[in-house]
Design a protein around this ligand. Structure first.
Ligand code: SF4
Ligand code: SF4
Length: 495
């Protein structure tokens, strides 16, 4: 999988922050990261080394979960003290966002200054004139309707949209008056698609690795809840047991499977389906993807009561751990950025959320090479279907199998949607009764969680490896799994 310079810099910052926090020298050495990551004679992506370091300061604040602009030593001190600012999961780094053009429609060299001048004729605002043998758009008048682009016989007028705007299916990003992107949090569901899309790395998620490292150092029992997409994140040859062993070397007390929580969710959701559909509602949607749930809340609230009332697998798994060990600290480790927002609704259950990328940075900071880590004992306790939640179609399969077991006569007619645009379109149709389906699996990321923004590996490869891993599970379905804990209260907290 191609790793861009943006990704390399982001990972390097996280790894350096981890290294210093683990060494216990973060506060005194935090400013040194500026010269470690951007050297005087290194490659330049900005106008000068000062600008690159200004961008890096924003990145370091995000890596410490402190507001942009906080002096670095102060930010480090706060992070070491366990403080985390009340920030959204996904944030704009203002210093990094200043390269996108503000003009949406541009006349290129392909303009022939033709006789027809269809562009001038098509513009409803008379914003186009000819200047020096070429069409010219007066930006003070242009309303960006795109008529000129459509009218030009040479295709000489192009539309430039910001990569982050294009990536956001919910139109939650607009250009601000200072040219920088602005995230509208009334619309944003923290899916992280814009973070992946920005070629300048100007959108980033907050990270709490320092606060987590301190918690481990303080001697609390810290449990990692490992999402099933972990297979293959550190290379196709690295065994699951090695990843689990490496997490143990970081000082985690124990590793538990989120897929076991998925089994409990499949049982609860299948029960909910057989009780409520069609007696109380025409269809039920899944609730395991927090970005999908937030999309319904913010963009299609009328469909809110169609969403399953069951918690996500992360919360189900966290509840099971808390029952066994009430003073445990719990860390979800997965591909998801939206889980960082979901965890804020359950502060008593989930203490931290780490992406696979952040976990990898912690390994680098600790000098752990996962590929060389000794394999420990590990046998999955989850079912094949529980592990399958990681990829699109997996939840549907699990609920189908469970409904067939619980209520053999019930007719579940599934529909799937992945990607927020698809989710919104399909759910709207189902609300209108335009689809012959009574169960919707909604996943914000293309391909499901294996395509999440915090992944390190190619999603198709991960999907394949997850399938192979699921094939080794001791049981096939949730009802077969005696380790699943459906008796725990699995009701989802609403806004
Ligand atoms: S909804 Fe997703 S893509 Fe849109 S701004 Fe929010 S995090 Fe970015
Ligand atoms: S599809 Fe998975 S990774 Fe993507 S936002 Fe939803 S839960 Fe998170």
């Amino acid at each position: 999988m191609h790793v861009s310079e943006v990704t390399k810099i982001r990972r390097k910052v996280l790894a350096e922050v981890s290294r210093l926090a683990l060494e216990g020298t973060l506060e005194e050495n935090i400013a040194g990261i500026l010269s470690t990551v951007v050297s005087e004679d290194g490659p330049r992506y900005r106008c000068c080394v000062h600008k690159e370091r200004a961008v890096l300061k924003d990145r370091i604040n995000m890596a410490l979960s402190q507001p942009i602009g906080t002096p670095l030593a102060e930010a480090a001190g706060k992070a070491l003290g366990g403080e985390r600012a009340d920030l959204p999961a996904v944030n704009l780094l203002p210093e990094a966002c200043d390269r996108c053009p503000i003009d949406k429609f541009l006349v290129t060299d392909a303009c022939r200054n033709c006789l027809a001048h269809n562009c001038i004729a098509s513009c409803p605002k008379k914003a186009i004139m000819v200047v020096q043998n070429r069409a010219y758009i007066d930006k003070t008048i242009c309303i960006e309707c795109g008529m000129c682009k459509r009218s030009c016989s040479y295709g000489a007028i192009i539309e430039i949209s910001r990569p982050c705007e294009r990536a956001c299916d919910l139109k939650a990003i607009v250009a601000g008056s200072d040219r920088r992107a602005v995230i509208d949090y009334e619309k944003c569901v923290q899916c992280g698609a814009c973070k992946v899309a920005c070629p300048f790395g100007a959108i980033s998620e907050r990270s709490e690795i320092v606060q987590l490292i301190q918690r481990i150092k303080d001697g609390q029992r810290v449990y990692a809840l490992l999402a099933p997409a972990f297979i293959g994140q550190f290379g196709p040859k690295v065994k699951p047991e090695q990843i689990i062993g490496a997490i143990g070397r970081l000082g985690f007390h124990s590793v538990k499977e989120v897929a076991l929580g998925a089994d409990a969710v499949a049982l609860a959701e299948a029960g909910e389906f057989t009780r409520a559909v069609p007696a109380e509602q025409p269809f039920l949607t899944t609730s395991c993807c927090p970005a999908f749930v937030a999309m319904v809340e913010k963009h299609l609230p009328d469909a809110g009561d169609r969403v399953s009332t069951t918690v996500s697998p992360m919360i189900a798994a966290a509840k099971a751990v808390k029952e066994e060990d009430p003073s445990a600290a719990i860390v979800f480790v997965g591909p998801c950025v939206a889980k960082k927002a979901e965890a804020r609704r359950y502060p008593d259950l989930v203490d931290f959320v780490l992406t696979f990328e952040e976990l990898a940075a912690m390994f680098v900071g600790a000098g752990i090479n996962v590929a060389e880590t000794e394999a420990g004992d590990h046998l999955t306790a989850a079912s094949r279907d529980g592990i399958g939640f990681a990829r699109a179609g997996g939840v549907t399969q699990a609920v189908l199998d469970t409904v067939a077991h619980l209520a053999p006569g019930a007719a579940l007619k599934p529909q799937r949607a992945d990607g927020l645009a698809d989710c919104l379109a399909v759910l709207t149709k189902m609300q209108q009764g335009a689809l012959d389906a009574n169960f919707l699996e909604g996943m914000a990321c293309q391909g499901g969680c294996v395509g999440g923004p915090g992944t390190m590996a190619d999603q198709r490869l991960t999907a394949k490896l997850v399938e192979l891993y699921a094939g080794q599970a001791p049981v096939a379905t949730a009802p077969d799994n005696t380790a699943a804990r459906p008796e725990i209260d699995l009701h989802r907290r609403k806004k």
